[in-house]
Design a binder for this molecule. Structure first.
Ligand code: AMP
Length: 252
């Protein structure tokens, strides 16, 4: 069974970034870039399945600026067998990424695609579900547990999903798309030796034109504003004082 893992290069979620003076976008120049944290979890799960003997090959795929090859090399160091870069300078929206991933799925025929539940830069949480819809495959988003078993010549996945009220367990035949939530696993550390070795591993380049995908954007950003600063907290001596303050502030 082949597993395809989608990995995105994002601004480090711990980096301090500000809104540009004209309010058009965030100014991310100079900020460090990392593999999207949920994609680290997605990759870890795919490598687990390979270590358990359920998967035969793990393919990491990233679309974006050529520097995305850095995170693909990290993916190779962490256990991916192959890495595919779809280079583009276009500002990719989830729909375009889903189309690119669908084209790669049509070439590679994976049994399972694992995406992060969301990218920490756009917080869209759209790519995995859109990909599943385009492929006509079942999907389980926000996975916190995943198990796979062979059944009747194919495979079946059981996924525990995080939902507002708690968790939901679903069963789905493969091929399918699963998106990784925070509690699915803890991504492993990579040794320097493995990172160095991964630098010499081959990386496949697939141009978007070869995949025949229209990367045009469907959304226009009208404005970006910073979240209002939170007022510092106050220490209260009694519940009565807390209620009085909340009343004064119109909260209750
Ligand atoms: P989003 O829908 O943008 O929140 O992204 C959800 C997931 O889709 C990410 O966690 C990745 O697994 C995948 N994804 C999004 N953008 C890309 C990209 N440019 N290249 C590869 N995978 C991506």
């Amino acid at each position: 069974m082949k597993i395809l893992v989608a990995v995105k290069r994002v601004v480090d979620p711990d980096a301090r970034v500000r809104v540009r003076a004209d309010g058009s976008a965030l100014d991310v120049s100079g900020a460090q870039r990392v593999m999207n944290p949920f994609d680290e979890i997605a990759l870890e799960e795919a490598v687990h399945l390979k270590e358990k003997g359920l998967a035969t090959e793990v393919i990491a795929v990233s679309a974006g600026e050529p520097e995305s090859q850095e995170i693909l090399r990290t993916a190779l160091a962490r256990g991916a067998d192959r890495a595919v870069l779809i280079p583009t300078a276009a500002a990719l929206q989830p729909l375009a990424v889903a189309k690119l991933l669908r084209a790669v799925c049509e070439r590679e025929s994976p049994q399972l695609v694992v995406c992060g539940k969301q990218a920490t830069d756009d917080d869209a949480a759209q790519t995995g579900p859109m990909l599943a819809a385009m492929l006509g495959w079942p999907q389980a988003a926000f996975a916190s547990e995943l198990s796979i078993e062979a059944q009747g010549g194919g495979y079946r996945a059981t996924v525990v999903r995080e939902v507002d009220e708690g968790s939901e367990t679903v069963e789905l035949p493969l091929p399918a798309v699963v998106t990784a939530g925070l509690r699915l696993n803890e991504a492993r550390f990579t040794s320097l030796a493995k990172l160095v070795k991964a630098r010499k591993m081959p990386l496949e380049i697939l141009a978007p034109e070869v995949l025949g995908v229209d990367l045009g954007s469907r959304l226009e950003t009208l404005s970006v504003i910073e979240a209002p600063r939170r007022e510092p907290g106050v220490r209260v001596k009694s519940v009565a004082e807390l209620v009085r303050i909340l009343k004064e502030r119109g909260v209750v």
